[in-house]
Design a protein around this ligand. Sequence first.
Ligand SMILES: [Zn+2]
Length: 86
Amino acid sequence: MNYVMHICRDPKCNNGWVDKDLTNVKTNPPAWKYCKECCQKLGIDFEKQKPSDYMSEAEINMRRLKVQKSKEARLLKINSTVSARG
Ligand SMILES: [Zn+2]
């Protein structure tokens, strides 16, 4: 198991610590975990944080777009049913 310098997921928090390298990072220090202090503040279990919990802003936006599209698709369906009846 490799170890890396990990930085806190909270951009306003400057905490860093040495942690297990779960994501095989090569360049930038990983930042998918909150530090112990932030975990305490947020009520998160430090040990239970997983790399998959972390979503980049791009991923969050992608997900948002998908949700919006499926909502629109549903609305279209409703509208076409209504006009077919009308
Ligand atoms: Zn922190």
